[in-house]
Design a protein around this ligand. Structure first.
Ligand code: ARG
Ligand code: GLU
Length: 695
């Protein structure tokens, strides 16, 4: 019995140890390839990334720098999330053509809508340039000397890049600056909107369901890449033609079920997996709680106003979603760190590190790292919290203070001459117009009264009654005249008089002090990463996310968030109907979808039990930026579209716990069902390659 338990524990440990990580696609051969195959993958490393032949990576595009997308047809059809295409969908919407509310479907190429500024970038090649980038960089150098040597090396590397003239490149640090990789890229700038479901499908459940399982959101939208006649990247032109990709993903009609292998291929933005315990404590005990409190105070005011007034509801919809998204994530992150015991686990790991240093006689080289972290983070705490809170109050929640922050910057440009001032004024005018498009001064004053006391006791809400900036016309009027006149008027404005000393304090005290300590911490983190990989080489090291292309993989799997609760990994259309609240802002369901449910008209998109799957969970290690990433099955077919994580597992940005961290994907069969049966855009399905790998 005892032995059996040990064996089971060992197996569980082995399996769960094989989880987590966002890997560099060009380095999968060896450990990752065999791990993936042990999880059920039939793919080789070369199927995923190959320089000389087409491979899966050729279908994966960085969507406007913030999300991921994938090519799903030989004619450049591109799939991403609804929330990734949100601002494009919104920009083409009006009261008459409300694509946000009703959805949009181009029925032919001519109806596809161009999007200024939108781009999709592919990775042509990845190269390790560590040696060249770290040439003549030594331990003895100060952080500043190091940086200037690295900058010099970068110039040399850039001169020698082999690439076509239409291609671009990026060089990025990995493993906290211990390695560098070069990415040769191809950026397409003619990307047109093809289709989007109504928000009642694409954003179903809205903020209540955001970060939450069980989930029932059809979070997808469709675009198409256009290229010039030579199939190369080109600015928008009516003469451009649909792009012929080097690879596009076939779509599986068989889906996946619990235990099946999945991989997610995309551009994760930022993680911090190698922080010392003291840093995790500071984030969860000091930074997160104060940031959460500020956002909570702001949301209370905004939510109440949105509920009371329809115009405000529309005006504040996307601001509210942005504030609420991180607010909710941080709460989940803190709970997850607590529940998983991440700080204690990190402390235990640090003990092993110290022991290994001793055993290997490396205390002289690395023995100071952990004590220095303790010292630096103690020194860092109050300034780190204060700077975070400043950013939250002045740049994320209160809009009058945001205007003031930018106005102080504008005033500072005046000393650099008229030309600099003119440029700053023009951009300020644009910024003011942008803010005032969706601005309500009563709401903003309420936010001010709620958040300012959380930053400073110096508080005067009466500025809202007298400042020129709560109204666009008077704000623009104040900015008229030569620079001297403008600055004079500005310095007579009560809101400016109130905010300027606070902003100047940020620039003269807060920011320099923050950067001074942060530079030391970053240099130490670089050394810590190097030491870990050298002293404990058997551990699992993947580089933190940095918005470059990565592979993560795992299995379809449910989880147990609390005692006696187990969440199944798949949701069905039945669950959409269960959540349906007629006319509700978050949980309304379109009549047509209810009709299709009533007649069970699912066509080829039903699963083998005749049910229509909506979303599913996996153990893939993802983060922000992985939105829109394809979930790929064991054979390289598209089965899902990543769009979120479960609340209990959002701490995976800091600490990945395979027991509880899950990513959330839309089932591709639901996407196809909506395109075909709901929207009647069968011509898009006909472009795709549908496959039945399980038959
Ligand atoms: N939580 C997801 C992400 O971090 C989805 C956000 C969009 N949805 C929303 N309800 N705000 O981006
Ligand atoms: N929704 C996130 C995004 O837009 C992905 C979810 C996550 O953070 O894992 O990138």
């Amino acid at each position: 019995m005892r032995i059996l338990k040990v064996i089971i524990l060992f197996i569980v440990f082995q399996v769960s140890a094989q989880q987590g990580g966002m890997w560099i696609p060009s380095l999968l051969e060896g450990m990752n390839e065999s791990e993936m195959q042990s999880l059920g993958s039939k793919l080789t490393a070369k199927d995923i990334y190959d320089v000389n032949n087409s491979s899966l990576k050729d279908a994966i595009g960085h969507f406007n720098g913030g999300c991921t997308s994938e090519v799903i047809s030989p004619k450049g059809l591109l799939l991403t999330n609804h929330h990734c295409g949100f601002s494009q969908i919104q920009s083409h919407s009006s009261l008459e053509n409300d694509y946000l509310k009703d959805g949009f479907w181009a029925m032919n190429f001519e109806e596809e809508i161009p999007n200024e500024g939108l781009y999709v970038e592919f990775i042509v090649r990845i190269e390790d340039v560590t040696d060249a980038m770290l040439k003549d960089v030594s331990e003895e150098m100060s952080p500043r000397e190091k940086q200037s040597q690295i900058d010099k090396n970068r110039n040399a590397v850039e001169k020698n890049i082999v690439k076509e003239e239409w291609q671009g490149f990026k060089i990025r640090p990995f493993y906290k600056g211990n390695q560098y990789y070069l990415f040769v890229t191809e950026r397409f700038e003619d990307v047109r909107l093809v289709g989007a479901p109504p928000s009642s499908i694409g954003k179903f459940g809205s903020d209540t369901d955001n970060w939450v399982w069980p989930r029932h959101t059809g979070d997808f939208s469709i675009f198409r890449i256009y290229a010039d006649k030579n199939n190369r990247p080109a600015k928008y032109s009516k003469d451009n033609v649909p792009y012929t990709p080097k690879h596009f993903l076939p779509v599986s009609l068989d889906g996946v079920e619990e235990g099946d292998f999945t991989m997610v291929f995309g551009f994760p933005g930022r993680t911090n997996e190698y922080l010392p315990a003291v840093a995790v404590e500071q984030i969860t005990q000091k930074v997160n709680p104060s940031n959460i409190a500020i956002r909570e105070a702001a949301l209370k005011v905004i939510d109440a106003n949105m509920k009371a007034d329809d115009e405000i509801r529309i005006q504040y919809a996307s601001k509210q979603a942005r504030i609420a998204n991180a607010w909710k994530k941080w709460i989940g992150e803190n709970q997850g760190i607590e529940k998983s015991g991440a700080v204690d686990i990190k402390r235990q790991f640090e003990k092993e590190f110290v022991k290994a240093l001793k055993d290997q006689g490396k205390e002289a080289a690395y023995g100071d790292i952990l004590p220095e972290f303790e010292k630096f983070y103690k020194e860092f705490e109050s300034i780190n919290v204060k700077r975070n809170n400043f950013v939250e109050v002045f740049l994320r929640s209160n809009e009058l203070m945001q205007m003031m922050f930018r106005l102080v910057q504008m005033e500072n440009t005046a000393s650099r001459g008229d030309e600099a001032f003119e440029r700053a004024r023009a951009s300020m005018v644009n910024r003011l117009k942008g803010i005032h498009k969706n601005y309500n001064s009563a709401v903003d004053k309420g936010v001010f009264e709620a958040v300012i006391p959380l930053y400073t006791s110096n508080f005067d809400a009466s500025i809202y009654n007298k400042t020129a900036f709560v109204n666009l016309d008077s704000a623009l009027k104040l900015l008229e005249g030569d620079s001297k006149t403008v600055l004079q008027k500005l310095n007579n404005d009560v809101a400016y008089q109130y905010a300027k000393p606070l902003v100047l304090e940020f620039y003269t005290n807060l920011e320099p002090e923050f950067q001074r300590i942060n530079t030391k911490i970053n240099a130490l983190q670089t050394k810590y990463m190097k030491a870990l990989m050298e002293v404990l080489p058997q551990e699992r090291y993947f580089p933190d996310a940095n918005s470059t292309l990565r592979v993560t993989y795992g299995k379809v799997n449910g989880y147990a968030p609390r005692d006696a609760i187990y969440y199944n990994p798949v949701t069905y259309l039945d669950g959409v109907i269960e959540k349906y609240v007629p006319g509700d802002y978050e949980f309304d369901v379109p009549q047509r979808l209810r009709d299709l449910y009533a007649t069970k008209d699912y066509g080829q998109y039903a699963d083998k039990n005749g049910k229509l799957p909506i979303c599913f969970l996996g153990t893939n290690h993802t983060t922000g930026g992985n939105s829109g990433s394809p979930a790929i099955d064991a054979e390289g077919n598209l089965v899902g579209l990543n769009f979120d994580r479960v609340w209990e597992g959002t701490m995976s940005d800091i600490y990945y716990d395979p027991e509880i961290c899950r990513n959330i994907m839309v089932d591709l069969r639901y996407v196809l069902f909506i395109i075909d049966k709901y929207a009647g855009a069968k011509h898009l399905i006909d472009e795709m390659k549908l496959v039945h790998p399980k038959k």
